[in-house]
Structures are given as structure tokens and as C-alpha cells.
Design a protein around this ligand. Structure first.
Ligand code: B12
Ligand code: SF4
Length: 566
């Protein structure tokens, strides 16, 4: 009798995001559902000045880096490319999707059954919160909440093994006014998932059971992860994907202590709530190297607002952050239950008057799984007849609101974005102004230690670099006021940080030429940009230790340089 001692073959797993094209009206999606953060949700009314960034489907890479299996990650495939991948034969096909991409996920499951009938289909991501999704999509498992532990258990691996943080760029392509943003681009840092605050509309908080699921529980863990990723990618800048990074004030303080102790000064772009920012302290934000904060202001007064904003004067908070060189993105919710055509403008005007660098307006949307969804279902207010492709918060209301019938919600939204642009000028103009303010403040600081000295120099370089776009802004402004502001700011920058060098002058001329070309492109060809398909293979045997960009026809804009344990 012979005994086969060979280990069982490792599973072959395909993890895929939903297929494109994105942001077009077709049988699977809608034109409003663009795969771009800023251009879709923030700077959408700013024409050529809109920020054009692509972000990967980070959850897929987190899963892949933490499984002892042969995992291929397929990000932004076309439908055809997905089918081609299926034909290679996988044991498990995992599909990550959000509610507005329900139809795409359903089609991908159908294609998997057709092309790879033996594959086990696992659905995950926020779309898993849709009621009865297992009956509406032909699949084998639906994973709600954190996925690494679930997938490890499913594969017979230790669900509680330490989480390996993959080494990833936080953005794929970045351009403003058609000018590519130079440099490597910030790396991704995901300290944890979810938020304990449980604001009733918030998908992320509810999806993770109103608990914080920590990947990097201590300041020291954060520091070590940041140091390793920074060394591998060659940049000390991070986009921190954590819904409320400063909520754990102690952890953030410990991170700051570690940075100062090691004299390693990272820079972080974060999401956080007003109470958490206030508790951490604005001057500590500067020391920590926070360059960007996304804050949910939500509404002007008590009505329609949340405990996280209680007792905080948003106007003062935004101004004080900008004074310190911190770019602020303030978001607000329109067409809330208490809004009427008579009072909604007050909230819009409040958001605009904050003079934040960037403003996001979003329609109140009862996303599946949230307390708001439950409340409105009980009241019979959900618009269940509205296809899920429309549940993205940028056009239709997904609940019945007597004051906003037909397309009126969309009209308010469009007008709000437009007003912010006309009153406050383009966001690019605003961020140069913020950077200059921060530089000046630190330059006149009476007691600059090593940390503040570094922060001052960062702001100086940033102000000079970003100001290169001011002539392009002034050449085709939204109104005469923007031209006047851009030219005046350019002069102020030159006075504060020095006139542009000969190289700088050439750069500015190039930026103007690129901006002119971009405006022409928008006029002739429209503003659609599709993200490139990215294929990455994570090899078995050593979870997260190596990752291989697969196909030469699908080059990565930012190759994954390495993936290793934290
Ligand atoms: C990055 C991001 C984007 C990127 C898209 C990146 C991409 N390539 O898809 C951009 C900015 C383009 C974007 C756009 C939109 N987004 Co978005 N986005 C996010 C954000 C901020 C982070 C997601 C993330 O990477 N998290 C970190 C990773 C590690 O966590 P994770 O994705 O949750 O993955 C974990 C689990 O969910 C699970 N999991 C995930 N996938 C899978 C798959 C399998 C098989 C398994 C087993 C498990 C699993 O395991 C992972 C590890 O635990 C979230 C909010 C948030 N903080 O989560 C919103 C969020 C996902 N987006 C949302 C929405 C609504 C949108 C837009 C419709 C908004 C709009 N109107 O423009 C568009 C849609 C674009 C489109 N065409 O699809 C909602 C989804 C709501 C819902 N219930 O479906 C969220 C939750 C924001 C919110 N609070 O409302 N988004
Ligand atoms: S504070 Fe922000 S992340 Fe936390 S529950 Fe509220 S909206 Fe969600």
C-alpha cells in the first residue's frame, strides 16, 4: 500500500472587482456611476479643473495578500476579459461589489456558472448587505463584513493569523487640468475597518457591525507598517483608508511619538470626524504630517446632524485646519427628511461658506444594511422600484420625499456643486492657498523644532509645485473673480517662497499647454476616462510575500514592488 505524502494542491482563486466600462448608461450601469472619487463625488462641476484619480479595489488585494493560495486579482476587467480569465479554470471565484453594481455582480456569477461550473462562487464587499442577495444572485457563499478571516476559515487556514498589509499605491492615475501629478503617489495604509459611531446613514459603520475591526492596533504597529511600506515604495506619503482614523486618539498619539523618536516624519491623508479631530488637537495634526482631512459636516444645524459634530463650530474648524496647511474636504448631505425647497439652500450655503478646499454633496441614501434603511423600510418609504444601479446618491433619491419629486433632487445637487465652484473658485486654487497659509504660519513660528522644520519645508515645496497650475487656472477661469484670485495668489506665492526658477517657468508653460490640450479633449471627446485593467498574481506558499503583475498587455501603472508581512 502506498501513502501519498504530497500536500494537497493549493486552491486557485480568482478575486475580481466588477467589470467596466464604468460611468456609462448600459444594461449593467449608469453614467453617473463613474469609477472616480473626485470627479464623481467632489469636483464634478469644475470642468477641466476637476481632479481625475483612479483607486484600486483595495479589499481584493487585502484578501489576496492574506491567503495561502494561488490567487489572481483582476481589477477593472471588461466583461470579455473576465470571461477570458474564467476559462483558465479556478477553484474559487470571489466577486467584490457594492450595491449600485448589483447587476454586474449577478452577471459575473452567471458567467462563472457558465464558464467554470465547478468553481465555488463567493460574494463579498458592501453589496453583500443587500437583503436576500443569496436568492437574487446564483452563488455559493455571501460574506458580510470582514473577509480575510472568512476566506481563511473557508480554506482551512487560521482566521486569526496576523494580517499582512499589502504594499499598494493609493492612486493609479492622477491628473488635474490634464497635467499628470508628478511623483510616485501616496501609498495605501489601512489601519482598520469600520467605525463605532454608527451614524444612521453610514454603510461602512453598519457593514462592520458598528465595531472597529483593527488591522494595526497600536501606534507602533502603524509606524512599523508605514516604515516598511515607505521603504519599499520610496515615498513617505500615505493615504489612510480608515473611516475615522483619529477616533483612537491614543493610537494616533503613539504613532506621533514613534515618528518623533525615530525622526521619521511620514505624511498622512485621512478621514476623520470633528469630535476626533478636536480631541487629537490641531497642532498635533501638523506634527503628525496630516496634509488632507475628509470630514463629514453633514448639515448646518442640529437638525439632520450627528453627535460627532456636537459642540464643534465647523466654520472655525475648517478655517483653523486650512491655516495650518491642511487641505479640507467637507461633505454634506442633501435632501434629508427635514429638507424642503424652502430650507435646503440654507444648508448648501452653509457648506459653501465653510470655504473648504473641496466639498462633497451627496443625497441622503438609505443604503442596505444601515439603520436608515431599516427605518425607511419600516415606514414604507424605500423606493424599492428604483433599480439598484441608481442607488449611488448622485441622481435619484432612493426614498420617497414629498418635497423632492421627479428630478428635483438632482437639480439641487448640481446647483450646489456649481455654487461652491463659482463662489470659492476651483479646488486646485484653494489647495494652493491652503498650502501657502500653512507655510507662512510655520515660517513665522517662534519655536520650530526638527519636526516643525520638516513640515515647513514640505509645505514650502508643495506650495511652489502646486502654484505651477495657477497660470493655467487663470487662463480659463470659472469667472473673473477666479482669474483675479489665481493671479494674486501666484504673486503672493512668488513673494513667499521665491519666484519660479528657469525650470519652473518651463514647467508652467508646459502645464498651460497641457491644460489647453485637455480642454480641447473634453470638448471634442467628452470627459470619460476608464481605469486600466490590472492583473496581479499572489503566489502560494508564503502569503503576501511576493506579488507578480501578470500580463504584459495589462501593465500596472504602479507595479506592486513587493508584498510582505507587517
Ligand atoms: C475606495 C472607495 C471607492 C473607490 C472605488 C475603488 C474601486 N476600485 O472599486 C471610488 C472612489 C472610485 C469609489 C466610488 C464609488 N463608491 Co466607494 N468607497 C470606497 C471606500 C472609501 C473604501 C473601500 C476600501 O477600499 N476599503 C478598504 C478595504 C480593505 O475594505 P473593503 O473594501 O470593505 O473590503 C473588506 C470587506 O468588505 C471584505 N470584502 C470586500 N470584497 C470582498 C470580496 C470577497 C469575495 C470577500 C469574501 C470579501 C470581500 O473583505 C475585505 C477585507 O476585510 C468605501 C468606504 C470604506 N471606507 O470602506 C466606499 C464605498 C465602498 N463606496 C460606496 C459608494 C456608494 C460608491 C459610489 C457609488 C459613490 C458615488 N456616487 O460616486 C461609487 C461607485 C463607483 C463604481 N462605478 O463602482 C459605498 C458603498 C455602499 C454600499 N452599501 O454598497 C461605500 C461603502 C461608501 C459609503 N460609506 O457609502 N469608491
Ligand atoms: S463618524 Fe463617519 S465613519 Fe463613523 S459612523 Fe459616522 S459617518 Fe460613518
Amino acid at each position: 500500500m502506498s501513502v501519498d505524502l504530497a500536500p494537497p494542491p493549493r486552491k486557485r482563486i480568482l478575486l475580481s472587482g466588477v467589470f467596466g466600462p464604468f460611468g456609462v448608461d448600459d444594461e449593467y450601469g449608469r453614467k453617473e456611476n463613474i469609477m472616480e472619487l473626485f470627479h464623481n463625488q467632489v469636483t464634478k462641476a469644475q470642468g477641466a479643473s476637476s481632479w481625475r484619480y483612479h483607486h484600486r479595489s483595495f479589499g481584493l488585494y487585502f484578501l489576496a495578500a492574506n491567503l495561502d493560495a494561488d490567487v489572481t486579482v483582476l481589477d477593472f476587467p471588461s466583461r470579455k476579459r473576465f470571461v477570458r480569465e474564467l476559462k483558465k479554470g479556478y477553484d474559487v471565484v470571489g466577486i467584490s461589489f457594492i450595491a449600485p453594481n448589483f447587476v454586474k455582480a449577478r452577471e459575473m456569477a452567471r458567467l462563472t456558472r457558465q464558464e467554470s461550473p465547478k468553481a465555488v462562487i463567493v460574494l463579498g464587499g458592501h453589496g453583500a448587505a443587500i437583503d436576500g442577495v443569496e436568492e437574487r444572485i446564483d452563488c455559493d457563499h455571501v460574506v458580510r463584513g470582514e473577509g480575510i478571516g472568512w476566506m481563511r476559515s473557508f480554506l482551512g487556514q487560521d482566521p486569526d493569523a496576523p494580517v499582512v498589509h499589502p504594499v499598494l499605491p493609493s492612486v493609479e492615475r492622477r491628473s488635474i487640468l490634464g497635467v499628470p501629478v508628478p511623483g510616485i503617489g501616496a501609498s495605501l495604509l489601512v489601519p482598520g475597518l469600520g467605525c463605532v459611531n454608527g451614524c444612521r446613514f453610514c454603510s461602512t459603520s453598519h457593514f462592520f457591525g458598528r465595531k472597529y475591526h483593527s488591522f494595526l492596533p497600536t501606534g507602533r504597529d502603524l509606524f512599523e507598517a508605514a516604515r516598511r511600506i515607505a521603504d519599499l515604495r520610496g515615498t513617505d506619503e500615505f493615504f489612510v483608508m480608515d473611516e475615522n482614523f483619529l477616533k483612537d486618539t491614543g493610537r494616533a498619539m503613539e504613532l506621533l511619538d514613534e515618528m518623533e523618536r525615530h525622526e521619521r516624519y511620514f505624511r498622512f491623508h485621512i478621514f476623520s470626524s470633528a469630535e476626533a479631530i478636536t480631541a487629537f488637537g490641531l497642532d498635533n495634526l501638523v506634527r503628525l504630517g496630516v496634509g488632507f482631512v475628509w470630514i463629514g459636516v453633514e448639515a448646518s444645524g442640529r437638525q439632520g446632524n450627528y453627535p460627532k459634530n456636537e459642540g464643534v463650530d465647523a466654520r472655525v474648524l475648517v478655517r483653523e485646519m486650512r491655516e495650518r496647511g491642511i487641505v479640507v474636504l467637507a461633505s454634506g448631505i442633501l435632501c434629508q427628511e427635514h429638507h424642503t425647497p424652502a430650507n435646503i439652500q440654507e444648508d448648501i450655503d452653509f457648506l459653501v461658506a465653510l470655504e473648504a478646499d473641496l466639498v462633497q454633496f451627496m443625497l441622503l441614501t438609505p443604503m442596505p444594511g444601515t439603520a436608515l434603511h431599516r427605518e425607511q423600510a419600516q415606514q414604507g418609504a424605500l423606493r424599492t422600484e428604483l433599480p439598484l444601479e441608481e442607488w449611488h446618491g448622485q441622481k435619484h433619491l432612493a426614498y420617497r420625499h414629498p418635497s423632492f419629486p421627479g428630478d428635483s433632487a438632482e437639480r439641487w445637487l448640481t446647483a450646489a456643486f456649481r455654487k461652491d465652484y463659482e463662489v470659492n473658485s476651483s479646488s486646485m486654487y484653494r489647495v494652493v492657498e491652503t498650502s501657502l497659509r500653512g507655510f507662512r504660519r510655520l515660517a513665522s513660528h517662534p519655536r520650530r523644532d526638527a519636526c516643525l522644520e520638516i513640515r515647513m519645508r514640505e509645505l514650502q515645496t508643495q506650495t511652489r509645485d502646486w502654484a505651477a497650475l495657477l497660470p493655467a487656472i487663470a487662463s480659463r477661469p470659472v469667472n473673473a473673480e477666479e482669474r483675479r484670485r489665481a493671479l494674486a495668489l501666484d504673486r503672493e506665492v512668488a513673494a513667499a517662497v521665491g519666484a519660479p526658477s528657469a525650470g519652473g517657468v518651463v514647467l508652467r508653460a508646459a502645464a498651460r499647454a497641457l491644460a489647453t490640450r485637455w480642454r480641447l479633449r473634453l470638448r471634442l471627446l467628452g470627459d470619460g476616462i476608464q481605469p486600466r485593467t490590472l492583473v496581479t498574481r499572489f503566489l502560494p506558499g508564503a502569503p503576501g510575500v511576493a506579488s507578480v503583475p501578470v500580463s504584459a498587455q495589462e501593465p500596472q501603472l504602479e507595479p506592486l514592488r513587493a508584498v510582505g508581512g507587517v
